[in-house]
Design a protein around this ligand. Structure first.
Ligand SMILES: *Cc1c(COP(=O)(O)O)cnc(C)c1O
Length: 376
């Protein structure tokens, strides 16, 4: 292909939120009522989300996934002196939600194949201050929840699930976000479904749900009868109306993500030094990301690979996440987590979103094969 032809190739974006006419009409419907703050749309969204994605557990909508995680932690009584075990290979919000309560996130290593917390590493990190575990269903692949729940029950710990990237993923037939004391789903635009910004907390028991509801709204259940000090982390009816439409489209999008992943798996099989995503037996992966590993790569080599995909082939891609959370300036820990550090240098996420065309998928496959030196 000539340079001129390449210049004309449209960029395939790494992620693409799909906002259609129905979402716009839903927003307009709310706007037309003149009542846009938290109201009936939020209540309807909570119960529909619960039925569809949370096994009927009580769901509480908030203004972001991070808020949901934070309020969930506070609802469980987390505070200074407590420790919560978390993976370091995740988005910073996982650890921030613990740290912001005054408690300490204790970072452990991951399984190199699923990129999720290593259940074997959790037990070794438990101290007399440990109160909970927060696994992350990273990229849409569920963490090993049966082993984690067994360990938590045996050691008297709670479990909070970071399901920000994993709407509709299941582990041994059970939906993620329904195993622990609470689960958090993000509704940020690039996630598998969106409300604009937003989050949903699925709560195992009525008291946790009540606490999250109180914390969301200044500690009030009854207007001006504040029971505790709380926040304003409410979702608006405008956002809930968008979320309700998106919830109705999620199954189709998830099926498309899986189909796209299967195409990429087939097209990228057998390339030396490149590993396609592993799906554990018992896992239903929802491919928030389709993440390959460049085996043994240093971060700089992986970054050159990413630059070649973007600049020479116009294939968008992303590195989630280049720096393990424990190494970020916000935590700055010298702790050695060898698997986490190796994986952070090797991973590269390719487009897998539901808007990809057949041509896009072919272009992604041939670009990766070319950059990897495997022939297009
Ligand atoms: C997106 C994300 C969050 C935070 O969700 P927001 O809605 O952006 O606040 C937390 N954890 C993980 C793993 C995420 O990907």
């Amino acid at each position: 292909m000539s340079a001129a032809e390449q210049d004309q190739l449209p960029m395939i974006p790494a992620a693409k939120p799909i906002i259609g006419q129905e979402e716009r009409e839903a927003v307009d419907r709310v706007m037309a009522t003149g009542m846009v703050a938290q109201g009936p749309e939020v209540a309807a969204f909570e119960s529909e989300f619960s039925a569809h994605l949370a096994g009927g557990l009580e769901c509480v909508a908030v203004n972001s996934g991070t808020s949901g995680q934070h309020l969930g932690m506070l609802a469980l009584g987390l505070g200074p002196g407590d420790e919560v075990i978390v993976p370091s290979f995740t988005f910073a919000a996982t650890a921030n939600s613990v740290a912001i309560t005054g408690a300490t996130p204790v970072f452990v290593d991951i399984d190199p194949e699923t990129f999720c917390i290593d259940p074997g590493a959790i037990e070794a990190a438990i101290t007399e201050r440990t109160v909970g575990i927060q696994p992350v269903h990273l990229y849409g692949h569920p963490a090993e929840m049966d082993r984690i729940m067994e360990l938590a029950q045996r050691r008297g710990l709670w479990v909070a699930e970071d399901a920000a990237q994993a709407h509709a993923a299941t582990w041994k037939g059970q939906q993620v976000g329904t195993f622990g004391a609470f689960g958090m789903f993000s509704l940020y635009p690039t996630k598998n479904m969106t409300s604009g910004e937003g989050g949903m907390v699925s709560c195992r028991d009525a008291e946790t749900a009540r606490q999250v509801r109180l914390l969301r709204n200044q500690g009030m259940e009854v207007q001006y009868a504040n029971e505790i000090a709380g926040f304003n982390n409410r979702m608006t009816d405008i956002h809930a109306a968008i979320g309700r439409v998106q919830l109705g489209k999620l199954d189709g999008w998830t099926a498309q993500r899986r189909e796209n992943a299967a195409r990429l798996d087939a097209g990228l099989a057998g390339i030396d030094g490149l590993a396609t995503p592993v799906v554990r037996e018992g896992a239903e992966h929802v491919y928030h990301q389709y993440t390959i590993r460049l085996l043994g790569a240093a971060g700089a080599e992986r970054d050159r690979f990413a630059t070649a995909l973007r600049e020479e082939h116009r294939v968008g891609c992303g590195v989630y996440y280049p720096t393990p959370v424990h190494r970020l300036p916000s935590f700055g820990l010298a702790l050695e987590l060898p698997v986490t550090e190796q994986i952070a240098a090797e991973v590269l996420s390719l487009p897998v979103h539901p808007s990809l065309s057949d041509d896009d998928l072919e272009r992604i496959i041939s670009a990766v094969r070319t950059v990897a030196g495997a022939g297009a």
